[in-house]
Design a binder for this molecule. Structure first.
Ligand SMILES: [Zn+2]
Length: 131
């Protein structure tokens, strides 16, 4: 457990605190879910406005394929996008602990990866990196 001041710094800087070793279970802990929800702010699919409290945590790399149950491998998706992420053409990846989303070809023919997540957290992270 992080000391409260260190946890506040991580929240301010938009970074998730380093966690202990990834869980071997598929189930997300309440702490991991809370941290991911704070980072993402809701469903990470652009244009979807479902708030984090109504979202589920999705393994970016499937647990069955060896993806860890770790904050760096989880994003929040609403029920609908969680059920259709593998069939609707959306793709999610993590880069340095930040979620990126690529829209289906019928939405973005260039297949651009776009940073997603809570815009306030992204701004704090950007500002923290500039100082
Ligand atoms: Zn959604």
């Amino acid at each position: 457990m992080l000391p409260p001041a260190r946890a506040r710094w991580h929240r301010w800087a938009g970074r998730l605190p380093p966690s202990r070793s990834p869980s071997r279970t598929r189930t997300w802990s309440a702490d991991a879910g809370t941290a991911i929800a704070a980072r993402d702010g809701g469903c990470v699919i652009p244009g979807c406005s479902v708030p984090a409290a109504w979202c589920e945590v999705h393994h970016v790399i499937e647990h069955a394929s060896g993806g860890p149950t770790h904050t760096d491998n989880g994003v929040t998706l609403c029920w609908y996008h969680h059920r259709t992420i593998d069939t609707a053409g959306w793709a999610v990846t993590m880069r340095d602990g930040t979620p990126y989303v690529r829209a289906p070809r019928w939405v973005d023919s260039r297949g651009t990866w776009r940073q997603t997540g809570n815009p306030r957290v992204r701004k704090r992270r950007h500002d923290a990196m500039r100082t």
